[in-house]
Write a protein that binds this ligand. Sequence first.
Ligand SMILES: Nc1nc2c(c(=O)[nH]1)N[C@H]1C(S)=C(S)[C@@H](COP(=O)(O)OP(=O)(O)OC[C@H]3O[C@@H](n4cnc5c(=O)[nH]c(N)nc54)[C@H](O)[C@@H]3O)O[C@H]1N2
Ligand SMILES: Nc1nc2c(c(=O)[nH]1)N[C@H]1C(S)=C(S)[C@@H](COP(=O)(O)OP(=O)(O)OC[C@H]3O[C@@H](n4cnc5c(=O)[nH]c(N)nc54)[C@H](O)[C@@H]3O)O[C@H]1N2
Ligand code: SF4
Ligand SMILES: [Mo]
Length: 714
Amino acid sequence: MTEMFLKYFREKQQQVQSEKVYDTQCPYCSVQCKMRLIEQTIVTRKKYVTVGKENPTSHGRICIKGMNAHQHALHKERILYPLLKVDGEFTRISWEEAYQHIKENFTKIQVEDGNDALGVYGSASITNEEAYLLGKFARVALKTKHIDYNGRLCMSAAASAASQTFGMDRGLTNSLQEIPFVECIILAGTNIAECQPTLMPYFEKAKDNGAFIIAVDPRETATTKMADLHLKIRPGKDAALANGLLKVIVEKNYQDESFIKEKATGFEEVREYVSSLSLHEIAELTGVPAEQIERAADAFGKAETGMIFTARGVEQQTDGSLAVRNFLNILIVTGKIGKPYCGYGAITGQGNGQGAREHGQKADQLPGYRSIVNEEHRAHIAKVWGIDKAELPRKGVSAFEMIEKMDKGEITGLFLMCSNPIVSNPNADFVKGALKKLKFLVAVDLFVSETARLADLILPATSYLEDEGTTTNLEGRVLLREAGFPSIGEAKHDWKIICDIAQVLGKGEYFSFSSAEEIFNELREASRGGIADYYGITYERLRKEGGILWPCPSIDHKGTERLFEQSFAHEDGKALMAVVSNVPEVPKEEPNENYPLYLTTGRVMSHYLTGVQTRKSPSLAARNFESFIELHPDTAKKYGIKNQSLVKVESKRGSIVVRSILSEAIRQDTVFVPFHWGDSQNVNRLVSPKLDPLCKMPGFKVSTVNVSPFVEKM
Ligand SMILES: Nc1nc2c(c(=O)[nH]1)N[C@H]1C(S)=C(S)[C@@H](COP(=O)(O)OP(=O)(O)OC[C@H]3O[C@@H](n4cnc5c(=O)[nH]c(N)nc54)[C@H](O)[C@@H]3O)O[C@H]1N2
Ligand SMILES: Nc1nc2c(c(=O)[nH]1)N[C@H]1C(S)=C(S)[C@@H](COP(=O)(O)OP(=O)(O)OC[C@H]3O[C@@H](n4cnc5c(=O)[nH]c(N)nc54)[C@H](O)[C@@H]3O)O[C@H]1N2
Ligand code: SF4
Ligand SMILES: [Mo]
C-alpha cells in the first residue's frame, strides 16, 4: 500500500512540479551580490531557495544573509495595506483614504507651523531612483528644507573626509580586483568577515600572495584573525594612532617627497605636528604598545604598494571625519594613492550606501553630489526640475538634529521612509520621546517596526524582490536590480508612493513617472556635469554590461575604475592634508567611578542593522535570537558576572538587560553590544548623543557604562 502511494505521489509530484527563477540582488550590505530566487511549486506548496549569480564584485558568492533574504520578504507579517492608527489600534484603510489623511495633515502642519515644520527622513536602503525622488519630493512637493537620512549615521564621516582631502567621495578609489596584489593593507575599524563576507577572498588572496595585513580593532574578530598584526586599540583613539604611524613614517623617511611636492598641500604642518608628539604618550593614549605602532609604520612605509580601508569603528566617532583624514594623510605622505594597488576604501555600509549619498537626500546636497549652497548647482537642478531657483529651499539639518527639532516642537510632522530611527539613533529614549511629540508621523516600511509602531499612518512598501531600480555598490559600481516578483498585498514601490502623494498635494506635474527607468533618466540629467556623474549610464547599458563605475559622463564612456590617477578632484588638482590633533574638539566620555567601562557597539554576521528584517528570517534569527554583551573574563569577574548570565548595562542615559558572553577577544576596559535588537535590548538607549561637529556623525563607538548582574525584582 505504502509503496503504491509513494509511486503515485512521485508521479503526481513530477507532474505538477514547476520552477520559476527571479533575478535579483541582495537587499542587505554594500557588496550588492547578484542572486537568483528559485521558486519551486511542489504539489500545492511553494519552496524558495536563493543562490548566487556571477558578477564582477562577488563572483557568484553570497553569504548567509543573502541566502535567507527571501525569508523576510515573504514573511507573513509583511504589511499588506495602509494602516491608520485609530484609538491606539492600527486599522486597514484604502490608499485613497491614506493619501487624503496625508494631504490634510501635511497641509495643516505647514499652515500652522510653516513649511519647514515637515521633515523627511530617508534611507540608503532604497534605490538611487527613490533616493533622488525623495530629495526632489522634500524640496519641490513639500518645499521644506528638512530632509536627511539614515546614511548620516553611517557614511557621513568617511564622505566628509574624502571630500575634503581628495575633493570627492567615492567609497573605493580602486576596484576590488586590485586587492590581491597589494603588499600592505591596513584594516581600521572594519569587520569585513562578518559585515561584507563575500569580499573576504580578495583579502585571503592578498595574504596568499604575501601581503602584510594590519588590523585596528578593540576586539579580536574574524577579520582581525586574518591579520599579521592586530593593534588592539582603546576605543575612540584612532586619530591618535594614525598620528603615531605618521610620526614614525616621517622620522624614518618613508615619505614620498616627489609625490607630496607635486600632489599635496599641507604636508609641512602635518610633519611639524606629528614630530612634536611623543610616541610613548601615543602608546599610553591608544593602548597600543609603541613597538607595535613602529612595526605597523615600518610595514606600511617600506611596502611598494599599500591600501587603507576604514569602516564604522574609526568613523562613528565624534572626531570620525578627522580620524579618517588622518588615515588619508598616511596614504598621501607615502604616495600610495592614484596608482595601481594603492588607494583608500571606506567600506560602505547599506545596500545603496554609496548611491543614496550622492543624489540629494542629505540636508545640504543636490543630485550628482552637488551642493545646495552653490548658486550654479542650484541653477542646474532648478532647471532640470522646472522650477525657479529661488524656490529651492536652503540647507537643512542632519538626521539627529532633525530629531532634536522634533523634541523642541520645530518639526511637527515627519515622512519616514525605510528607517527605524528609535533603534538606530543614539540616546534612544530621547528619540522615542521626540517622535511621540509629532503631530503626524507617516512611516513607509515592510513591517511594523519599533518606530512604525509610533506612527499615525503606516504605508506598505514593496521589497527588493518586487521593486526594480539601481543601486551603487561599495566600489561605486552602478547596478540594475531586476525585480520580477509580484507585489505582495497592496504594497507599492517607494517611488510610486512618493509620486502619488505629490499628485495629491497638487505637484503631480513634477512627479509624473511611470517607471523606475524614467526616474533614472531624469537623475542622469540632474547628475550630469556633477561630481557623481551618471549621465552615461542607462538601463540598457546596465543590462548589457552588468554594472558601470561612476563617474561616467557620456554614453561612450566605459566608467572609471581607479580614481586620482592624474590629479585629485580639488580645483588645484592636489590633495589637502589636515593636521589632526590627538585631543578631539568634542571630548569623548572617559571611564569614571560611575561608568568605568567603554561601551562600543556594532554588528554580528547573521543580523542586519536594527534587525527588523533579519529577525523575521527564521534561519538567521536561529543563529542569534537575542542580544548579548561581550566582556573580558577578568572584567566579568571584577563585576561578579558569570558567562551566559543576564547583565544590567547602564549609562548616564538609560539601561538595558542582555546576556553575557565572556571572551578574551576583547580589551579589559571595553564591552561590546550589537545594535540589532529593540526595546529592552536596544543598546542605543545607552549611547551618547554627541555628534562630530564637522559631519554630524554620532559617536556610536564610544560611550561609558557600568555593568552588574541583573537581579529580577519579585
Ligand atoms: N552582518 C552584517 N553586515 C552588515 C551590516 C549589519 O548590520 N550586519 N550592516 C551594514 C552596514 S549599514 C554597515 S555601516 C557596515 C558596518 O561594517 P563595520 O564598520 O565593519 O561594522 P561594525 O561592527 O559596526 O564595526 C566594525 C568594527 O569596529 C570595531 N570598533 C569599535 N570601536 C572601535 C574604535 O574605536 N576603533 C576601531 N578602530 N575599531 C572599533 C568593532 O569592534 C567592530 O569589529 O556593515 C554592513 N554589513
Ligand atoms: N549603536 C549603534 N547604532 C547604529 C550603528 C552602530 O554601529 N551602532 N550603525 C548605524 C548605521 S551604520 C546605520 S546604516 C543605521 C541604520 O539604521 P536604520 O536605517 O534605522 O536601520 P534599518 O534596520 O535598515 O531600518 C530600515 C527599515 O526600513 C524597512 N525597509 C526595508 N526595506 C525597505 C524598502 O525597500 N522600503 C521601505 N519603505 N522600507 C524598507 C525595514 O523593515 C526597517 O524597518 O544604524 C545606525 N545605528
Ligand atoms: S549581505 Fe552583503 S555579502 Fe551577504 S549576500 Fe548580501 S550583499 Fe552579499
Ligand atoms: Mo551603515
